[in-house]
Design a protein around this ligand. Sequence first.
Ligand code: SF4
Length: 396
Amino acid sequence: MAPQWPEVGLDVEQLRTQGFAALPFREFVVKIHSRCNLACDYCYVYESADQSWREQPKTMAHEVFRRSCGMIAEHAQRFGVPQVSLVFHGGEPLMVGHRRLETYATDARRIIEPVAAVKLGMQTNAVLLDDEFLRICDALDIRLGVSIDGDRIAHDRHRKDRRGVGSHARVVAGLERLTAAPRRLFSGLLCTVDVANDPVETYEALLAFSPPVIDFLLPHGNWTAPPPRLPLDGSATPYADWLISIFDRWYHAPVVETHIRLFDSVLELLLGGLGGCESVGLAPMQLAVFETDGRLEQVDELKSAYHGAARMVLSYKGNLLDEAVDLPAVVARQIGIEALSEACRGCPVHTVCGGGHYVHRYHPGTGFLNPSVYCADLLKLITHIAASVRADLESA
Ligand code: SF4
């Protein structure tokens, strides 16, 4: 694959002479297990263009984990970062087993906390979540986010195991254990949108677990591998329509039933804030991924674009994080409007939309310097949310 924007066309040196200073990483996804006990058909790790997981060891060696934590501590010290978040990820992170998880979390706190406060989290499918894992998470303050796509029919449409058996009942059993544990351990639910499912029924099925927050994740796709049922000419907006049904149900509820990160972020951005979500806005991205073998990469979702899209080309001589902050691919996600295509810069909602999720902008040739493949949907959703807020303010 020939280099494309930002590797070609983004001049980091020139940005520096104009006053740009690279921001440190603050969030770390650590892939402690590279395999999964499920085989979801949309999974960007196993089912996408990039098949690099096949080269990874199954489990992160303790020595590799400690070395990664050492780099995080050094990086935090060098840049004066007061707090970092470290998310155990996979594959399925619970596949490491009880003792390994306990050792990783203990090591992370021991190595990083003398320098920076550490928030520990995990993204899991919850199938293996038992009382002993919950005891460890409670003792070491590891917050758990669970992936579930709605009710049984919605969830089992994609989230099956290798035998083709839906995982909903097992995920619900894990979630029931989690919701019976101390409330602070439950960080939220992650639901991948499938417009074949009823939106409000999906939302209400998730709401039944009283999550503190729900993340609705648009299926990954780009201009050559479009998301399911999305026409590239913008002639229909199935994802906006789906999300608007949920927005209206959520926004007009008599009480705040939960937070929905995408909607909260759009509302905050409309009111002049920064937003708190990777899918919209122009806030800088400060996240790095440690692969199971200790290699440093960009966010996993990039793997949906092309083989090797998440790779960082580094010397592997000193602190990988200190070196990575200067890579064009990292800088491109920290320069706000400078990283938007001409079409986005001229768009009336660009400060809210921010060109959508970086991953969804990919087009061979122009790389990531394009509007989102969800452009028409984003415009419609943001316009609808803005109109709802305006109507509220005018009636107040
Ligand atoms: S709505 Fe489309 S053109 Fe406007 S900022 Fe978003 S992706 Fe760019």
